[in-house]
Ligand binder design. Structure first.
Ligand SMILES: [Zn+2]
Length: 174
């Protein structure tokens, strides 16, 4: 003769435990607000930062893109707009497949600021520039479908880690 299935003591205990845990979870206080992300070491100071292209339209689009990673910010502005050095340093120019006519600003703060898709360069490569000095003219060279500046912050050097430039640009009034 078959025994009827009856809940065992263990099953009852388990059910009570689940109920108690659920109740506790429901009554937990909300998690604390996440602390605002502090800027990474070596991040540029917005107070001394010049907007690389004035009046641009842009969003916070640094981050994963498709299977890759978009290491900078796209600042859309009309063909022919000035692009300026965000700080004092040395500028070098390069013609690249993806970046097109690109500039590297080896800034005095130790960072390298990368400017891609210029229409053309202004001035000689490997020269000293001051903050706000025009270094190029905005265009759509390289892998670009609309005129914009692709701007990157590379911490500590050309091969250093990148950071999201958005908050720096916004804080700089850009
Ligand atoms: Zn871009």
């Amino acid at each position: 003769m078959r025994r009827l299935h009856r809940p065992t003591r263990a099953r009852v205990l388990l059910a009570l435990t689940i109920a108690a845990v659920s109740f506790a979870a429901a009554c937990d206080p909300p998690p604390p607000e996440p602390a605002p992300a502090s800027p990474p070491a070596g991040a540029p100071d917005p107070a001394t930062f010049a907007c690389p292209v004035v009046g641009a339209t842009y969003t916070d689009n640094y981050g994963p893109r498709g299977s890759g990673f978009h290491a900078g910010l796209d600042m859309f502005q009309t063909f022919g707009s000035d692009e300026v050095a965000v700080g004092p340093g040395r500028v070098t120019y390069a013609v690249e497949d993806a970046g097109g006519n690109a500039a590297y600003l080896w800034a005095d703060d130790g960072n390298v600021y990368y400017y891609a898709h210029m229409w053309f360069f202004i001035g000689d490569s490997n020269r000293r520039v001051t903050k706000g000095e025009t270094i190029g003219i905005l265009g759509a060279s390289g892998n670009a479908t609309a005129p914009h500046l692709h701007f990157e912050i590379r911490l500590g050097g050309a091969n250093g880690p990148t950071m999201d430039p958005y908050s720096t640009l916004v804080a700089a009034g850009c």
